[in-house]
Write a protein that binds this ligand. Structure first.
Ligand code: SF4
Length: 140
């Protein structure tokens, strides 16, 4: 689902209402279920959440160490965020998912508040590294 903070009516842009806490929770659960989003609670331990990253590595057909190098912060979606949306994400009610997860961000692909340290299998390179434009599983 593509979501934009602005919609156009009769050629005039106006701001669409931001996702609510309830909507955000539903979307987050759905992305976790369908797109391997997580970890639900990030760890301060560099080797934490091993089952999550091992599972993501299986999906991408790569190593767990490589899977850990992918996060929302270095996903293409992060670089689409406008400052207004980032400010709204930052002011969103805090919950357990904020622990050890880094700054808030907003995923335009799925339309929900996420964090720098989280990730999902739909991760895409922001294009800064020419050799790393796709999730690991699609590398030839
Ligand atoms: S698409 Fe990118 S920004 Fe959105 S949840 Fe997945 S990794 Fe994070």
């Amino acid at each position: 689902m593509m979501r934009s903070p602005f919609v156009f009516e009769m050629g005039i842009p106006y701001e669409k209402s931001f996702v609510t806490a309830s909507e955000n929770k539903k979307i987050r659960l759905k992305v976790a279920k369908d797109w391997h989003f997580g970890p639900a609670v990030c760890s301060a331990d560099a080797g934490g959440n091993a089952p999550f990253y091992d599972s993501l590595a299986l999906v991408w057909e790569t190593s767990s160490e490589d899977a850990r190098n992918h996060c929302c912060m270095n996903c293409e979606e992060y670089h689409k965020i406008d400052p207004n949306t980032l400010a709204k994400a930052a002011s969103f009610p805090r919950d357990a998912s904020d622990a050890n997860a880094g700054p808030r961000m907003f995923c335009e692909k799925f339309g929900f508040v996420t964090h720098a340290a989280q990730v999902c299998q739909a991760w895409e390179s922001c294009g800064e590294d020419e050799d790393d434009e796709s999730p690991p599983s699609s590398k030839g």
